[in-house]
Design a protein around this ligand. Sequence first.
Ligand SMILES: Nc1ncnc2c1ncn2[C@@H]1O[C@H](COP(=O)(O)OP(=O)(O)O)[C@@H](O)[C@H]1O
Ligand SMILES: O=C(CO)[C@H](O)[C@H](O)COP(=O)(O)O
Length: 439
Amino acid sequence: MGDPTVVGSKQGTDDMMPLAIGIDIGTSGARAVAMRPDFSIAAQSTVALERFGANGRDPAVWWEAVASALAELLAGIDRAAVRSIAVDGTSGTLLPVDSAGRPQAEPLMYHDKVSDDTILAAVAREAPETSAAHGATSGLAKALWFQRLPGVARMLHQADWIAGQFSGRFDISDENNALKTGYDVEARRWPDWIAATGMRMEQLPDVVAPGSVTGRLTPSAADLFGLSPDVAVVAGTTDGCASFLATGAIEAGDGVTALGSSLTIKILSDRPISAPRYGIYSHRLGDAWLAGGASNSGGKVLAKHFSLARIIELSAAIDPMTDTGLDYYPLGTAGERFPIADPALPPRLEPRPQSEADYLKAMLEGIAAIEALGYQRLAELGAPKLTSVRSVGGGAANAAWTAIRQRKLGVDLLAAFSDEAAAGTARLALMGASEAGLL
Ligand SMILES: Nc1ncnc2c1ncn2[C@@H]1O[C@H](COP(=O)(O)OP(=O)(O)O)[C@@H](O)[C@H]1O
Ligand SMILES: O=C(CO)[C@H](O)[C@H](O)COP(=O)(O)O
């Protein structure tokens, strides 16, 4: 992916270097990053979804937020320098569209569950033990649910649909988004067992590697943003993979922990590791693999008990070098995906100490223990030895938590090149522009 140490963040229009744009459509908003070929960031922008209404599951709201973030980004750079655009989105969010890309139902978001027993039984029966398509939140379960609707031509992931607004293509996805919909990333095709679940194969999107060019801007998208119709649209990825790429981690054994609303960990591996019994799956990136999983623990649990201001205030009073010994497993509600896959796992947040700072500290310790267990499970299953961890997400800024994690993980915690998923996706946009000879 190039040398992540070549950095230098400069805002403005003072150079004529070509630019690639990465767009991240996430749980709370849309972000855009313009990146130069040396991976330095020329400009970035953020727009909250709520600016366009409270319904974060309305594709029209996603697009308004993306269009607004892109317009803001383009106002600060030379539009003629833009060569390519790629998009990442929440992993496992699916929507059914007609042949013109019009949504045929409200999307099912990444955390939505399909509760139809026939669908879940069909996937459980047909999917190989190692498939990431198992479970009620999988993309495949959602596709099987949606295919009952009339008028559906294709199932698209959130990132595919946004990219389609740029390219006019509503029939294509990337290997990372397709993983949880059952795509076989080792054989690089939709496997035959999917048809046996009852899925209409023609409704699944074509799949290409992240970073491949899928088309050019439509004349209307080019007009809307004042960009050349030669700008390449490049296959993107999931938000989790994009966050990994943004950090600049490139060596086998490099780990990345995302301390956002949830806790996601990934390690760069020379082989895929798949163990749905622990919620572990592997995304493919070229000939390397991002092995890991996502826990339901994380910042959302902290936010249930403390305001952000209180977290910051209390964290300053925490001594990270001692342990409370409370052994919490912080969850918002019962149910965990990784490193323990148990839909009924209860939260463990007792006994409650008198001091509020100790209560927060015990939660931070508990989340750090889940993170350490996650990396340990990956090692047990054959992942390379963990050599370092880079951190992204809101919790990465908490110094007391970082010190607690350092003790529990026992490896160097390194600075991330960027903690914006959009910067990881901009790297894919650069790959595509390079492939198309546009740099
Ligand atoms: N200083 C902090 N210490 C601990 N947690 C924090 C801190 N700042 C933010 N958070 C947590 O990070 C989460 C937001 O992180 P972010 O990466 O923006 O989330 P998202 O996954 O929704 O994109 C919130 O749930 C919040 O509780
Ligand atoms: O919880 C999520 C929603 O933001 C993440 O998308 C997800 O857990 C990470 O998935 P992946 O590893 O496939 O990128």
